[in-house]
Design a protein around this ligand. Structure first.
Ligand code: C2E
Ligand code: CA
Ligand code: CA
Length: 699
């Protein structure tokens, strides 16, 4: 802006314009005043001219009268010479009587360009005449002269000129003085402030503060400078606020608010940068690795202790991860709810990633103290390496996630490196999850039925409902495949309710064909149990089907119960009060302690299939089975053995007091038609009764 000041044409500058105006005004006023003065002076000058001519005539009167009286030519000529010697007299004559000219003389007027001025002021010529009288008083003649006003006016003109010139000079000096004053008091401080402002960088408003020009603290310039400073302060504050907001927005865009770690966006950006930055610089791209860590039980923690506590756990986990991050870790990020990632770079990154994974596994073997609890968190780890596993950052992260999913799915405790073959499996999983969502409506989910028979009399006491999925393209998919998928995708809640309602309807139908119908046993996923109002869903399913609660049995796995004991006790209590029976499935795998078992409101233990499988060959399995039967009975529970395939197994179990048995030996799971036939055969052979010994059956 200071250049702009210098580049201003002179006539546009304030100082010069002020000077011009002042000069013009001063000159005009000076001119008017001076001319007035001159005009005023000219009047007295005019009178002065008359006066001096009168004096001349008075001096000449006597000799002139004598010359006329005596008609003396010589005297007359001398008189006229005397008159003409007077400056400005153009012509003079002595007249005898009225008109007889005694002597006459004249002179040429002086030529001058200023003559018009004197002519204007005093008139061009002036005529004078005096009567010449004898001593007797008689008029004898006259003396006449003509005066050119220029010669006597010339001096006046010169004086007036000087006066005018001085007046103008005065005005000029005044203007110059004013220019200086304006310059020092206005233009210069203004220019300085403008220059000060011109160094103002709008992006760095703190860079400037206008100095109040010295001596102007209390005038308008000072006021102006202060106002500008106030304005700058306001701009500064505004900008600071804006910057703060921008920084915050950018932070939010790139960081996770909960843990303070980078978020997925920043991880992606940094990975991309690491890949492309080096290429642009002509350097070789360093090998990269993405290591993703996922907390296994996080959903359970959230469900059990609440979201706030879950957040606290995540913060602690982030803290621990940050601590473990090694020198080759470029960035630690939080990818999703309970998934974290490390971006690593440098030579031998694969080995380093593997090492990091091992360190992580060791670190998470130690319990994590969060609030009042010590949590044993399990982790799954997936790793993908660049450039082997991906071309882009996005793909690299995705492939690490795929490796993680693989580890989760196969419950692998070691970190999994991405392998292309795993991808196909994951694609299939994704497809199944998608297809499963619509499977019940498309009539692809069917119920199969497997009886539980009395160990002593072989009569059908209960029927377990087992889900089957017939995929239109992939054919039959076993529940061990799709149930975990439904659990991990959260679909099990809806699917489980659907299965429960179907099972209740079926059981209600059995009552119509069977005088003493079997109970229906429905498998319940831990997730269903955790859903609020599960007891109400059960009640509604029973009511809708018109099935008495005593004919419904819920199979809940031991592990699901132990993980969530307090909540489980409450809901099981309510279910059991409504008359529904509770069975612990896969018993023996979850290491439930006796104290737990005592507290749980249950009716039945279902020994896990793995113990039955080898019960004949493995003495320790046989011991365990016997112990479970005794334990169950001591707690007044009914004991079931599942997976009984051989007669010898049946005999061993029966001789040890096992109450019920289930397995291929008696019947494999059947579809509806086969099961209806089976049920009718059973009923016609004998009426189906329920003679359970030692159980706490509410039937
Ligand atoms: P589970 O509840 O322990 O069910 C018993 C499994 O053992 C069934 O497999 C059954 O077909 C099988 N089985 C029965 N008798 C024998 C035998 O003598 N020998 C052998 N080797 N196996 C036998 P399935 O139907 O494949 O079901 C597997 C698992 O899928 C079930 O284990 C259960 O955890 C789950 N599942 C099945 N249907 C449902 C359901 O409707 N809801 C839920 N939440 N889970 C279900
Ligand atoms: Ca079961
Ligand atoms: Ca089981």
């Amino acid at each position: 802006m200071s250049e702009q000041v210098r580049d201003l044409p002179r006539r546009e500058r304030l100082g010069w314009r002020l000077m011009g105006i002042t000069l013009m005004l001063a000159c005009a006023i000076g001119m008017v005043l001076n001319i007035g003065q001159i005009l005023f002076d000219s009047r007295s000058q005019s009178a002065e001219i008359d006066h001096s001519v009168q004096r001349l005539l008075a001096v000449m009167r006597e000799p002139a009268t004598e010359a006329v009286y005596n008609i003396d030519d010589r005297l007359a000529r001398r008189v006229l010479d005397g008159v003409l010697r007077f400056e400005g007299v153009l012509a003079a004559e002595l007249v005898v009587g009225d008109s007889e000219v005694l002597a006459r003389d004249k002179r040429e007027p002086i030529a001058s360009p200023f003559r018009f001025v004197t002519a204007a002021l005093f008139g061009d010529r002036r005529d004078y005449r005096i009567e010449l009288k004898a001593e007797s008083g008689e008029t004898v003649g006259s003396l006449r002269l003509q005066l050119d006003t220029y010669p006597p006016g010339r001096a006046f003109l010169a004086r007036a000129g000087v006066v005018l010139a001085l007046g103008m000079l005065n005005a000029g000096l005044l203007a110059l003085l004013l220019l200086t004053v304006f310059h020092y008091f206005l233009t210069r401080p203004l220019v300085r402030m403008v220059e000060g402002l011109s160094s103002f960088d709008p992006n760095m408003p703190e860079s400037i503060r206008l100095d109040v020009p010295a001596g102007h603290e209390r005038d308008e310039l000072g006021l102006w400078a202060r106002s500008v400073n106030d304005l700058l302060t306001a701009i500064r504050e505004n900008l600071a606020r804006q910057r703060e907001a921008e920084t915050r927005a950018s932070w939010l865009e790139h960081f996770d608010t909960l843990t303070g770690l980078a978020n997925r966006t920043l991880l992606l950006a940094n990975t991309t940068h690491a890949m492309t930055g080096a290429t642009q610089d002509g350097e070789q791209v360093p090998p990269l690795a993405i290591v993703i860590v996922d907390i296994r039980e996080f959903r359970d923690i959230n469900a059990q202790y609440g979201v706030e506590y879950g957040d606290q756990v995540l913060r602690e986990v982030a803290h621990r991860l940050n601590f473990i991050a090694t020198g080759s870790t470029v960035l630690t990020a939080r990818l999703a709810e309970d998934a974290f990632a490390f971006l690593m770079s440098g030579a031998h990154v694969r080995e380093r990633a593997d090492k990091l994974a091992k360190r992580l596994n060791i670190a998470f073997e130690a319990a994590l103290g969060v609030g009042p609890n010590l949590l044993n968190l399990g982790i799954d780890i997936g790793i993908a390496v660049y450039p082997e596993d991906a071309d882009s950052a996005d793909q690299l992260i995705q492939n690490a996630e795929r490796a993680l999913s693989y580890a989760k799915k196969h419950q692998l405790t070691d970190a999994q490196f991405y392998q292309a073959e795993h991808d196909k499996e994951l694609q299939l999983r994704k497809r199944l999850v998608r297809d499963l969502r619509v499977a019940p409506q498309r009539d692809q989910i069917h119920l199969h039925y497997q009886p539980l028979v009395g160990a002593q009399n072989g009569q059908v006491v209960a029927v377990e409902v087992l889900a089957r999925w017939t995929h239109p393209e992939l054919g039959n998919i076993a529940p061990v495949e799709f149930v975990p998928l439904a659990e991990s995708s959260g679909q099990i809640v809806a699917l489980g309710e659907w299965l429960l309602r179907r099972a209740c309807q079926d059981a209600a139908m059995w009552r119509r064909v069977c005088p003493s119908p079997p109970r229906v046993a429905v498998n319940v996923s831990p997730m269903q149990l955790r859903e609020r109002g599960f007891d109400l869903i059960v009640a509604s399913a029973l009511a809708d089907a018109g099935l008495p609660a005593s004919l419904l049995e819920l199979e809940i796995t031991e592990t699901a119960l132990i993980e969530n004991i307090e909540q489980a006790i409450g809901i099981l209590q309510r279910l059991r009060e409504s008359g529904v029976r509770i069975s612990i499935d896969d018993f023996g795998t979850g290491l439930a302690s006796l104290s737990y078992l005592k507290r749980l409101p249950i009716d039945q233990l279902k020994i896990d299939i793995s113990f039955i499988r080898d019960v004949l060959r493995d003495p320790s399995d046989a011991q365990i089975v016997k112990a479970i039967i005794n334990l169950g009975h001591s707690l007044d529970l009914e004991v079931v053995a599942e997976g009984v395939e051989e007669l010898a197994q049946r005999d061993l179990l029966a001789s040890n007091g096992c109450d019920l048995m289930q397995g291929y030996l008696f019947a494999a799971p059947m579809d509806t038609a086969a099961f209806m036939n089976y049920l009718q055969r059973q009923s016609s052979a004998r009426s189906v009764v329920v003679p359970i010994s030692g159980g706490r059956s509410s039937v």
